[in-house]
Design a binder for this molecule. Structure first.
Ligand SMILES: NC(=O)c1ccc[n+]([C@@H]2O[C@H](COP(=O)([O-])OP(=O)(O)OC[C@H]3O[C@@H](n4cnc5c(N)ncnc54)[C@H](O)[C@@H]3O)[C@@H](O)[C@H]2O)c1
Ligand SMILES: O=C(O)[C@H]1O[C@H](OP(=O)(O)OP(=O)(O)OC[C@H]2O[C@@H](n3ccc(=O)[nH]c3=O)[C@H](O)[C@@H]2O)[C@H](O)[C@@H](O)[C@@H]1O
Length: 373
């Protein structure tokens, strides 16, 4: 069996040792960062792709099953040499070479995640397991390669360069992990108040298990993880009929329909504009902190106040009517973002009254309702 000692002064055969696969080896020299965005055809994901593509050193791969997302959200990138779109359901394994994973694949609207609760929890549990397996597989092989290079001495320096390309995976978790919070505002140290068997549990508990899996892979396999707990986010490209409150109210105001405030109407939410959210996600991924870190806008409003603001800004003639709510609707939600400020140097810039008109413009275009009506 031919063998070469690491310092090359003793060879039993002229056969060269097997070189690492060109693809892997090139990782040390390639300037491009290969980034997988699962759920990248969705609302937040497509805005994230836009931002990642601005960096010429990024190659972006989107894996999406189009359950709530759309190719339309990515049409400007299709055919671009640094972009690739694959129809893929994350509940099935995915074998590709990547350097970073933003794992966003999961329906976010309560109407959609309640539509098939078993699928929702599979997406959060099996989907996250598949993405962690991908990160570990690629990261582990890469780790071996680093060890191999390190023992070649001459390439030791590459180990230092290469190591900062070690894979990392970011999970977009949610403020729903706090359930119907008894602590207000919610800090990351709060364990939550979640119904394990309710109609929202497929999502709330699914995301909690996803966070658990992230930390277990981190502790057991040393995987580089990042966890963002996203609070209500709004902006252009939200599905017009996805049932979430901001998209509902804007679509209703533009169509001249009554704004449907679900009872009691005094429940609160805090709304973060999508460009602020994307900023926060990238800062978290690029920084050294695993999280979980709350990302959201601490500006808290009741649903009645939100309806009154939409009425004032978009259609003063529209009515506001109370309708029934769904079970387990959290009564209050407001992020404590002191960790995001301190560790990421991040805080949201866009206030609700400045964000809503940008979303109105997008919805007017898509609904064909011009300013005069
Ligand atoms: N928007 C918010 O207010 C909010 C708040 C908290 C957390 N989040 C999280 O952020 C992420 C993105 O949310 P969003 O608002 O963009 O939602 P979205 O529904 O617009 O996007 C989700 C994307 O994931 C895709 N997807 C769903 N299931 C999939 C599967 N099994 N395999 C592959 N793709 C799948 C959908 O087709 C869609 O493109 C989600 O993980 C969501 O839980 C969003
Ligand atoms: O920020 C979060 O973490 C969560 O926020 C939302 O969940 P939720 O707050 O329930 O979102 P909406 O469906 O927009 O409901 C917000 C509030 O508005 C109310 N609502 C909703 C729709 C409507 O037409 N009228 C109305 O008053 C609901 O009862 C609820 O109290 C997202 O749907 C979740 O994906 C996300 O994880």
């Amino acid at each position: 069996m031919a063998s070469n000692s690491s310092n090359g002064d003793h060879q039993t055969s002229t056969k060269q040792p097997p070189l690492p696969s060109p693809l892997r080896f090139s990782k040390f020299f390639q300037s491009n960062m290969r980034i997988l965005v699962t759920g990248g055809a969705g609302f937040i994901g497509s805005h994230l792709v836009d931002r990642l593509m601005e960096n010429e050193k990024n190659e972006v791969i989107v894996a999406d099953n189009y359950f709530t997302g759309s190719k339309d959200n990515l049409k400007k990138w299709i055919g671009h040499p640094r972009f690739e779109l694959i129809r893929h359901d994350v509940t099935e394994p995915l074998l590709i070479e990547v350097d970073q994973i933003y794992h966003l694949a999961c329906p976010a609207s309560p109407i959609f995640y309640k539509y098939n609760p078993v699928k929702t929890i599979k997406t959060n549990v099996i989907g996250t397991l598949n993405m962690l397996g991908l990160a570990k597989r690629v990261g582990a092989r890469f780790g071996f390669l680093l060890y191999f290079q390190r023992n070649l001495k001459c390439c030791y320096k590459l180990f230092l360069i290469g190591s900062n390309f070690l894979d990392r995976i970011l999970l977009t978790s949610t403020s729903e992990v706090y359930g119907d919070p008894l602590v207000h505002p919610q800090p990351e140290s709060y364990w939550g108040n979640v119904n394990p068997i309710g109609v929202r549990s497929c999502y709330d508990e699914g995301k909690r298990v996803a966070e658990t899996l992230m930390f277990d892979y981190h502790r057991q396999h040393g995987l580089e993880i990042r966890i963002a707990r996203i609070f209500n986010t709004y902006g252009p490209r939200m599905n017009i009929d996805d049932g979430r409150v901001v998209s509902n109210f804007i679509a209703q105001a533009l169509r001249g329909e009554p704004l449907t405030v679900q009872s009691p109407g005094t429940q609160t939410r805090s709304f973060c504009y999508v460009s602020d959210m994307v900023d926060g996600l990238i800062r978290l991924m690029e920084g050294p902190n695993t999280g979980p870190i709350n990302l959201g806008n601490p500006g808290e409003f009741t649903m009645v106040e939100l309806a009154e603001t939409v009425k004032e800004l978009i259609n003063p003639k529209v009515e506001i009517k109370m309708v029934e709510n769904t079970p387990d609707d959290p009564r209050q939600r407001k992020p404590d973002i002191s960790q995001a400020k301190e560790l990421l140097g991040w805080e949201p810039k866009i206030k609700l009254r400045d964000g809503l008109p940008r979303m109105e413009e997008d919805f007017r275009l898509r609904l064909g309702v011009d300013k005069s009506n």
